[in-house]
Write a protein that binds this ligand. Structure first.
Ligand code: FAD
Length: 457
């Protein structure tokens, strides 16, 4: 009696309920990962995420081999490949994790229909890729929370399920063959400082962060230069770490740092429950409809300057360059760059979200699209007209200018406060810098935003 365990964004052995359930009910399992053609066709298999994924698959395979098994990797249409593996293994059940996007829901539906037509079962497990799954807490009059604070109040009262131990042995039948694992080195166009992926790497990072960063998280998480956040987002995106396990571990650790960290994990679940209830929020305005963005053609030069990190606003340029170099950007910098694009340059949030999704190794439909909407004022922010001024924010969150100088070497000899607004330097000093003038005056941008807002209201 054999079961297939379909791995998707849960590439780990620790705290993996589908694998546990399969091992409890079958004599052998087929741990399967399908490189889904549809993911590539949708433009989602970008170089950074493909490279990180290759690390995750290699690590998962190595951990399975230590337990007497191996990972079976196939490429093609996910439903066809799973059905083929099921037939080859003569399996009667497939176990997998629930995911909130429309893409995942449709895929699950097709898979269930195909398996059931052949007399097999699909078991979908909740609380694998979220600590508190969508739908578990809801307000009285709706299927999901549209505002974070009341959601968090309820979320914080839920005790996530117990952590499931990693299996000691994973017997895999010989008759099911896979293809060679993809290798990180085969992927072109990867960010030079992309971090390494995989469950072993993720778990090491958690241990190190719990020792050195977590207690100070609440005080340091907005400090751009200190770079003191956990950097666990990509590990969570690929599911090499379990959000359930992280919540338990952080609560056990205790203190204000751990509490603030757990609250950020709740933001992750918040966006997932919005997306699960309103899958169109991945593309369409979620709460406030907004259709007065500048046309892409009119804003072309500004958009290019933003993408390439040469807007003339040092903190914006630093952040946009960090994104390309590391495939990651600090949360405060994400807020500033997204706000600058939407509320100062007045460009549609979808254009910025697509650029982020291309480069971010943690690029995630729920987190990326809904955070963009939050910043753009079309989403869940209760203050949709808030505008973050890149100069004041830069002075507050990078007071010495160390973050700016790290990423914008043209300014490496400029001290604070001029490093935040180099246009204020004496004319000769300014002329000596090979650094652009601002693409837009701040008041122009703000005026444009306010004018449009007034038109809207
Ligand atoms: P930490 O500060 O250490 O936080 C711990 C974990 O909490 C993170 O790993 C993440 O899983 C979660 N988290 C933290 N902040 C948020 C948040 N605002 N929303 C949801 N979850 C959060 N995060 C992504 O994982 N993928 C994305 O594609 C993504 N796009 C974003 C786009 C914009 C415009 C903005 C403003 C934020 C975006 N975020 C995204 C949220 C956040 O910026 C990152 O999760 C965070 O910077 C990752 O770094 P970290 O792991 O060091 O975070």
């Amino acid at each position: 009696h054999v079961s297939v365990v379909l791995f998707t964004s849960d590439l780990r052995l620790h705290d993996h309920p589908p694998l546990r359930a399969a091992l409890d009910s079958a004599d052998a399992v087929v741990p399967l990962f399908v490189r889904d053609r549809a993911v590539a066709e949708a433009g989602f298999a970008t170089p950074n995420r493909s490279a990180f994924l290759a690390d995750c698959l290699a690590d998962l395979d190595a951990s399975l081999r230590e337990r007497g098994g191996r990972l079976v990797v196939r490429s093609g249409d996910l439903v066809e490949e799973v059905c083929r593996a099921v037939t080859e293994a003569d399996a009667d059940e497939v176990h997998m994790s629930a995911e909130p996007s429309r893409f995942a829901a449709l895929r699950e539906e097709r898979l269930r229909a195909a398996l059931e037509a052949d007399g097999r079962r699909l078991s979908v497990h909740d609380a694998v890729t979220a600590a508190v799954p969508p739908g578990e807490v809801t307000p009285a009059a709706s299927d999901h929370f549209a505002v974070f604070t009341p959601y968090y109040r309820r979320w914080a009262q839920v005790r996530p399920r117990a952590v499931v131990a990693a299996p000691r042995r994973v017997p895999v039948p010989d008759r099911v063959k896979g293809e060679p694992l993809p290798a990180r080195g085969e992927v072109a166009g990867v960010s030079p400082a992309l971090p390494a992926g995989g469950e072993s790497e993720g778990r090491k990072r958690v241990t190190a962060y719990w020792r050195r960063g977590l207690d100070a998280y609440d005080d340091t998480r907005d400090d751009l230069a200190a770079d003191a956040t956990s950097r666990l987002s990509a590990h969570l995106h690929f599911g090499v770490l379990s959000p359930v396990e992280l919540v338990h571990r952080a609560r056990r650790h205790g203190g204000p740092g751990a509490e603030a960290f757990v609250r950020q994990l709740a933001w992750r679940d918040f966006h997932r429950q919005v997306l699960a209830a309103r899958p169109d929020a991945a593309h369409a305005d979620y709460r406030t409809k907004h259709d007065r963005w500048r046309s892409e053609r009119a804003a072309k030069a500004d958009i290019e300057a933003w993408r390439e990190g040469r807007t003339g606003y040092p903190v914006i340029d630093a952040a946009m360059r960090q994104l390309r170099h590391e495939g990651w950007m600090h949360n405060r910098a994400r807020l500033l760059t997204a706000c600058f694009l939407t509320k100062t340059l007045y460009v549609d949030w979808r254009i910025g979200a697509a650029h982020f999704l291309y480069w971010l190794v943690d690029g995630d439909v729920a987190n990326n699209q809904l955070n963009w909407q939050w910043v753009a004022g079309t989403g869940a922010d209760t203050r949709p007209n808030r505008v973050l001024n890149p100069v004041t924010q830069s002075k507050r969150y990078d007071p010495d200018g160390a973050y700016v100088r790290r990423w914008v070497p043209e300014l490496d000899r400029v001290d604070a406060p001029a490093v935040h607004e180099p246009w204020k330097l004496p004319r000769a000093d300014r002329a000596a810098l090979d650094y652009p003038d601002p693409v837009i005056g701040l008041s122009d941008g703000l005026c444009r935003f306010r004018r449009a807002r007034d038109l809207r209201n």
